[in-house]
Design a protein around this ligand. Structure first.
Ligand SMILES: *Cc1c(COP(=O)(O)O)cnc(C)c1O
Length: 432
């Protein structure tokens, strides 16, 4: 096993993913290519479902955050596993709908949903709209009134928590573009406005404190603050929220330096805290929702590349250039995210060649990893970047007019194309 159960080395000395030889997969499907071990994704769904059932109660459910990875086949898998889904854009809604996902189990997020987005959500029968601001509440009320609909909503509340994670992915702070803050009193008026609106049904509250969080503390703090808010709201308005959605954010092990996470133990700890807070405030335990994205799909995915050149600059460093880069994985360029890189063609050899892995774009910042060590590669070797299942395909672009790689699902010893590779024709299709 390398880092996660999905990855190992076979007798040929090649990296395997879900038991399949990645060098053979590269030959069959070409590179770059995203691989996804869907059995591992299902295992994570089941882990979340059973932990939620045991520690949050039978009314509680995990909702997969589609922004981590979004294509029709994945929504079908998520539906089969019985999870709800969190969508953050009309494009994600349309994808879920096209996959036959039960739209009543969808939560629709976003800090700026347009009138068209809101109308689409109502037309598609989205279960809950997570209303982000009073402006949006007013717009939704008008659109719903026009359609004779009465959508169920949650209100996005900002609990004001710094989860000690990367600044760009902190979203629970008071100074945030998302939601209305408790600390400023704006959350209270938001609730009153929603309760007074005859065109929506308020079901509860939502918050999201950040992403790639290893520590249980920010989640515990969020539960404490949100349950205290729920109790206070009952006192001031008589409304006792039946639903509390505490967002996503559990971390994932990208390198040996990251700790391994016991998700079930974390959920148990949160369940205990929620029970304690409900008893303390004398409120009925709401249905608890969480929206894991990264932790469901990240570890199950890896990206295969072909090495094009290995250049050593004496006194500086060695660059290994591959046939992908920031268009298929912008996370290093955006956040200097650390990854584990393996020479899949020589996975049994010692990883003793220190290097920087560079993409193929005309952009010096187009790197996938700096100062990593792999078994010494040469042109034609297959390089694998592990744990790319989340925020890679979903963040991919066509920068430099590079076609997006395919998504290849691996399950039960078989590999199937779930998203085909973009062609040059796809690239120019929209050009008039
Ligand atoms: C990003 C996001 C998630 C998913 O976060 P992960 O870190 O991938 O688990 C869930 N809910 C909301 C509202 C988000 O913005």
């Amino acid at each position: 096993m390398i880092l996660h159960p999905t990855y190992d080395v076979n007798a040929a000395g090649h990296l395997t993913a879900a038991g399949l030889d990645t060098v053979e997969l590269a030959r069959e499907f070409g590179t770059p290519a995203y691989l996804l071990d869907t059995d591992a994704v299902r295992a994570m769904c089941r882990l979340y479902k059973s932990a939620f059932h045991d520690f949050f109660g039978p009314a509680s459910t995990p909702a997969f955050a589609g922004k981590a990875l979004c294509y029709k086949g994945l929504y079908r898998l998520i539906a089969e596993e019985g999870l709800a889904a969190d969508c953050v854009s009309p494009g994600e809604l349309v994808t879920a709908h096209a996959a036959g996902f039960p739209m009543a189990k969808v939560f629709f997020h976003g800090n700026n949903k347009t009138d068209a987005d809101l109308a689409l959500a109502l037309d598609l029968g989205v279960g809950h709209i997570v209303v982000d601001s009073p402006d949006e509440l007013e717009a939704l009320a008008q659109i719903a009134a026009g359609k004779g609909a009465k959508p169920r909503i949650l209100l996005r509340i900002t609990p004001g928590i710094d989860p000690h994670t990367h600044k760009k992915i902190i979203t629970g702070n008071v100074d945030s573009k998302f939601g209305m803050a408790i600390a400023t009193g704006q959350a209270d008026s938001f609730v009153k406005a929603a309760l007074a609106c005859p065109f929506v049904t308020l079901d509860g509250f939502h918050c999201h404190v950040g992403s790639q969080i290893f520590d249980i503390e920010p989640f515990r703090d969020a539960c404490d603050i949100m349950l205290a808010f729920l109790a206070r709201t009952r006192q001031t308005t008589g409304f006792e929220a039946p639903v509390l959605n505490i967002g996503g954010g559990f971390g994932v092990r990208y390198t040996e330096r990251d700790p391994a996470i016991d998700y079930r133990a974390n959920i148990q700890a949160l369940g205990t805290e929620i029970d304690r807070m409900c008893a303390l405030h004398g409120v009925k335990k709401p249905a608890i929702l969480m929206e894991p994205g990264r932790s469901i799909v990240a570890a199950a995915g890896c990206t295969l590349y072909t090495v094009g050149s290995v250049k050593t600059i004496p006194g500086f460093r060695s660059y290994v250039s591959v046939d992908g880069g920031m268009p298929d994985n912008p996370r290093y360029a955006l956040y200097q995210s650390a990854y584990t890189v393996v020479n899949a063609s020589r996975a049994a050899e010692k990883a003793a060649f220190p290097c920087t892995v560079a993409g193929r774009c005309c952009e010096s910042g187009d790197l996938l990893a700096e100062d990593v060590s792999v078994a010494k590669p040469s042109r034609g070797d297959i390089l694998a970047v592990l744990v790319t299942g989340a925020y890679n395909y979903s963040m991919a672009s066509n920068y430099n007019r590079i076609p997006r790689p395919p998504v290849i699902e691996l399950s039960g010893g078989k590999a199937t194309v779930a998203v085909r590779r973009e062609t040059y024709d796809d690239l120019i299709r929209l050009d008039v």
